[in-house]
Design a protein around this ligand. Structure first.
Ligand code: ZN
Length: 271
């Protein structure tokens, strides 16, 4: 039997995972990701479809009715994209959905750059730099492809065997459905968290925002009575605050604005 070229590649990938998988330590820069960038986009689109078809769990704010709120996020998102530090700024869609639930302090960005923000987290934060910091952190998870890194760890070999045996279609669909059901979410590793913090600072550094905005968010949730949903998928690495400040100082320690006023306008554009 003649083996397809793609199958050879997959066998090699399995070998690579088997050989290196066990000896590698958890490092977001060195992890093996068996998925293609196109897979990230496909996963994200499927998750977005699930979210759009499940209004009970994901009551989305209408973009036509709340155009002002969406435009605030687009403006902040675009200034992050224009930082020039995102690898997939042009390749991913970076679509935004606002989920109407004031009780949920969460935001996430599905693979391929599909951003979801709960009204709860928008209302919880005090200024636009904090929000931009959180958005930058989420966008970094997508741009650094942390989800499919994690997926490779969680499903890698099993999935590869499925693909090689030629029956992976339903498996891929099932994984995407699982992801959307749990909202993505395999918790990120602490290394991925550090990297997302680091990139949030890098993205914001060349904008008008205080580049350490994400630190303000983590300080604020650290003081909240119940650990919010955010921390269940974004575990706190050690020395998180020191690390954020360190990255900022390495870049030059430039101060930026917090923009309370425009942030209050953003909040008041929500229901
Ligand atoms: Zn995170």
């Amino acid at each position: 039997m003649k083996m397809k070229k793609s199958h050879w590649f997959l066998y090699l990938s399995i070998l690579t995972v088997l050989i290196y998988g066990c000896s590698k330590d958890e490092n977001a820069d060195n992890t093996i990701n068996i998925f293609s960038v196109q897979d990230d986009i496909a996963f994200g689109q499927q998750m977005r479809d699930e979210i759009h078809s499940n209004s009970a769990d994901y009551p989305l704010l209408s973009e036509t009715q709340y155009a002002a709120a969406y435009n605030h996020i687009y403006r902040i998102r675009d200034s992050i994209l224009e930082s020039g530090d995102l690898k997939y700024a042009d390749k991913f869609d970076w679509k935004v959905d606002i989920i109407e639930d004031d009780e949920v302090l969460n935001a996430f960005c599905a693979p391929g750059g599909y951003i979801c923000v709960y009204t709860g987290i928008i209302k919880f934060l005090d200024n636009e730099a904090q929000f931009a910091g959180v958005l930058g952190h989420e966008m970094a998870h997508a741009d650094r492809r942390h989800s499919t890194d994690q997926l490779t760890k969680a499903y890698g070999i099993q999935l590869l065997l499925g693909i090689v045996l030629g029956n992976n279609q339903s498996q891929l669909a099932q994984i995407a459905a699982d992801l959307a059901a749990g909202v993505a979410m395999l918790a990120f590793s602490r290394d991925a968290e550090n990297e997302a913090d680091e990139y949030s600072v890098k993205y914001l550094y060349n904008t008008a925002y205080d580049a350490t905005g994400v630190k303000g968010f983590f300080e604020k949730i650290g003081g909240s009575p119940q650990p919010p949903e955010f921390l269940s998928t974004h575990p706190n690495p050690d020395n998180r605050f020191d690390h954020i400040v360190e990255v900022w100082q390495t870049l030059g320690g430039k101060t930026g604005g917090t923009f309370e006023e425009s942030y209050n306008q953003f909040k008041s554009s929500l229901p």
